[in-house]
Design a protein around this ligand. Structure first.
Ligand SMILES: Cc1ncc(COP(=O)(O)O)c(C=O)c1O
Length: 385
């Protein structure tokens, strides 16, 4: 347990909760959580399932109809081909990643992880006994990642490469060539590619992509998916793994001794989400696109701040190095806590994501909140200069 720490995003939200309870008004850019309600037809499917007493244990790996819905949605969206026994239903995307990493990473194994990375990746790897091998990406180059950058870090101990595109926190989208090159490397060297597709539907330019659409390399590919963000279902806890049978079997064994099945009636809601109308997803994406422009322009207007335009997901990851340096505001961590205490704005410091000059803003918040938060942020930064 000493190897891991509390998730930085959860820690920030606990701190904000304390202030809120004390009556402080806050603008919250902390949690990566859609502010939209879960679409009505998904809620109705869960209610109907409860009314029909679909409230018992299911198979630990999930019900067949949901596994079929997962592979059908993925096939329709990306042209992938998975059998039912290559799918596992999990209690959220985080659980899918945890199962895959726990099943495959052993003590002494190395896992290649590009930075900036999502908070839980590193702790899940170290919890399993593995060593994260960080590949820094260049902000000036849009946090671009190439297969060559990964290849340089491969050793005899490399067990897995973990990619997340669109990325939380940078919003970077890795091109298909990167995935193709990495899959090639995986085949040559016998390494797993774990691809976290949590934000795969939230891409602003171009089409969503999955490595599972590649004709080669599927035998080394593990897809971790989540319904949380795509369908505004964060609290429902539903995700999945798609991988070669042997990996799914190992992950099911593990899951059968821990959580067992994802909540029975939530699985029914999942079918409605995946096979029902997909318009709510495009409506949410259109709204995130509007917010993206407002928040990035607002951040860029603050002297001392630079910000890349995120190509996907719903996070802005501005560089605040121009504002760091004074006593008490030397690091993003110090900056973010002062911004919270004095400016009433919740953000997550970049240290949590493996960079030392950034803070993360989640723009899954209303436009009103974004305007108010930007005004507070500008005012706070002006006082620092
Ligand atoms: C990159 C990434 N992967 C996975 C998850 C897990 O989401 P959930 O467990 O809610 O499905 C998140 C949530 O923030 C995320 O940002």
């Amino acid at each position: 347990m000493a190897r891991i720490s509390v998730s930085a995003t959860a820690a920030v939200s606990m701190e904000a909760e304390k202030l809120r309870a004390a009556g402080v008004s806050l603008v919250d850019f902390g949690m990566g959580e859609p502010d939209f309600p879960t679409p009505e037809h998904i809620k109705q499917a869960a209610i109907a399932a409860i009314q029909e007493n679909f409230t018992r244990y299911t198979a630990a790996s999930g019900i067949a109809a949901l596994k079929d819905a997962i592979r059908q949605r993925h096939r329709d969206d990306f042209g992938s081909q998975y059998e039912r026994d290559e799918v596992l239903v999990t209690v959220g995307g985080k659980h899918a990643l945890f199962n895959a990493i726990s099943a495959l990473v052993d003590h002494g194994d190395e896992v290649i992880l590009p930075a900036p990375y999502w908070v839980s990746f590193k702790d899940q790897i170290t919890y399993a006994g593995g060593t994260p091998v960080i590949v820094a990406t260049d902000e000036a180059d849009g946090f671009r990642l190439s297969a060559e950058m990964i290849a340089r870090q491969v050793t005899a101990r490399t067990r897995m490469i973990l990619l997340n595109s669109p990325s939380n926190p940078s919003g970077a989208v890795f091109p298909p060539e990167t995935f193709r090159g990495v899959l090639e490397l995986c085949r040559e060297r016998g390494i797993w590619l774990l691809s976290d597709e949590c934000y795969s539907k939230f891409v602003y330019d171009g089409r969503p992509y999955s490595a599972a659409s590649e004709p080669n390399g599927k035998e080394w590919l593990i897809i971790a998916g989540s319904l949380s963000k795509t369908y505004a279902m964060t609290g429902w806890r539903l995700g999945y793994l798609m991988a070669p049978k042997a990996v799914i079997k190992a992950a099911v064994n593990l899951q059968s001794h821990s959580t067992s099945n994802a909540t029975s009636f939530v699985q029914k809601a999942g079918i409605a989400a995946l096979l029902g109308p997909q318009e709510p997803v495009s409506q949410m994406l259109a709204e995130y696109a509007r917010r993206r422009t407002v928040i990035v322009e607002g951040l860029r207007a603050v002297p001392g701040v630079t910000c890349n335009m995120p190509a996907g997901a719903f996070y802005a990851y501005p560089n605040i190095s121009g504002l760091l340096g004074k006593p008490g505001v030397k690091t993003p961590l110090e900056f973010a806590s002062k911004l919270l205490a004095e400016g009433g704005v919740v953000t997550v410091p970049g240290e949590a994501f493996g960079t030392s000059s950034h803070i993360r803003f989640s723009y899954a918040a209303s436009l009103d909140a974004i305007h108010e938060g930007l005004a507070r942020f500008a005012c706070f930064c002006a006082k620092l200069r």
